[in-house]
Design a protein around this ligand. Structure first.
Ligand code: NDP
Length: 250
């Protein structure tokens, strides 16, 4: 696969799933812009192949300015991967407005702004792929994580509707829905579960491994492989879909 005339944007591209996708697309020849709030994290992983750009997906003006800057630097945006996200479980009665708003602002407003700004560039071209990183929690309820699950369901509604809006045009919109993937989010969640329940961290990790049907954590490279298929030849009729990568039927 040769993506050498394509520019890809991966939000949250400095760590975990986003970084695996960024490295794989760059290896296939794409010009790749990675974003996140922490410039130092982006610079540390960028090397010669990735363009680091600090951007907070919750901030409309920042997203507008930075995507315009990325387009000026690396050309029209033809692959858009809204991946930046936070994951934290909290019972509804303990959920205040600030927690809810931050979850929605990051996971859902962030995807909306990233896609909107990328599409205005993509629509000037004759090919584009939008692949949102949602979650299996975007397809069904996740106990103890109603806000997270609602934000991830929202991303899927956005993707499915855009696939209808642009039907027949050379752009596709899909969502990848991973189960538990071995990334920094899992490390942080393991610690938070351990703190909340008094479980030790190994046991807390086992609980998450046990939620994947094949009883292992998914590797970030497995998500990158699905993205590679969606941007490659032969998947142009896959549109408005949710692809679960969780070891089995959920
Ligand atoms: P990471 O924590 O490694 O990645 C999250 C990324 O999002 C970080 O690079 C972070 O960078 C960025 N980010 C967070 N908030 C913002 C913000 N306000 N503005 C810009 N960037 C932000 O974990 P993962 O790689 O696991 O997560 C990637 C995506 O995959 C998330 O959307 C997550 O919900 C989803 N997912 C993960 C699963 C898992 O088990 N790991 C399972 C299912 C879905 P910075 O902090 O520098 O801003």
């Amino acid at each position: 696969m040769d993506l050498k005339d394509k520019h890809a944007l991966i939000t949250g591209g400095g760590t975990g799933i986003g970084l695996a996708i960024a490295r794989d697309l760059a290896a296939k020849g794409a010009r790749v812009t990675i974003t996140g709030r922490r410039q130092e994290v982006l610079e540390e992983v960028a090397g010669d192949t990735l363009t680091p750009l600090a951007m907070d997906v919750r901030d409309e003006a920042d997203v507008q300015a930075k995507i315009a800057q990325a387009v000026a630097q690396n050309g029209p945006m033809q692959i858009c991967i809204p991946n930046a996200g936070i994951a934290e479980g909290r019972g509804l009665h303990k959920t205040d407005m600030a927690f809810w708003r931050n979850m929605m602002a990051t996971n859902l407003d962030g995807a909306f702004l990233t896609i909107r700004e990328s599409l205005s560039s993509m629509r000037q071209t004759d090919w584009g792929r939008v692949i949102a990183i949602s979650s299996v929690a975007g397809l069904r309820g996740l106990p103890g994580a109603a806000c997270y699950s609602a934000s991830k369901h929202g991303m899927i509604g956005l993707i499915r509707s855009l696939s209808e809006d642009y039907m027949g045009q050379p752009f596709t919109f899909n969502a990848i829905c991973p189960g538990y993937v071995d990334t920094p989010i899992i490390t942080r969640n393991t610690e938070s579960i351990a703190q909340r329940t008094g479980m030790d961290t190994d046991k807390a990790r086992e609980v998450m491994v046990g939620m994947n049907r094949h009883k292992r954590l998914v590797e970030a490279d497995e998500i990158a492989a699905a993205v590679a298929w969606l941007v490659g030849p032969g998947s142009q009729s896959v549109n408005g879909q949710t692809i679960e990568i969780a070891g089995g039927q959920m």
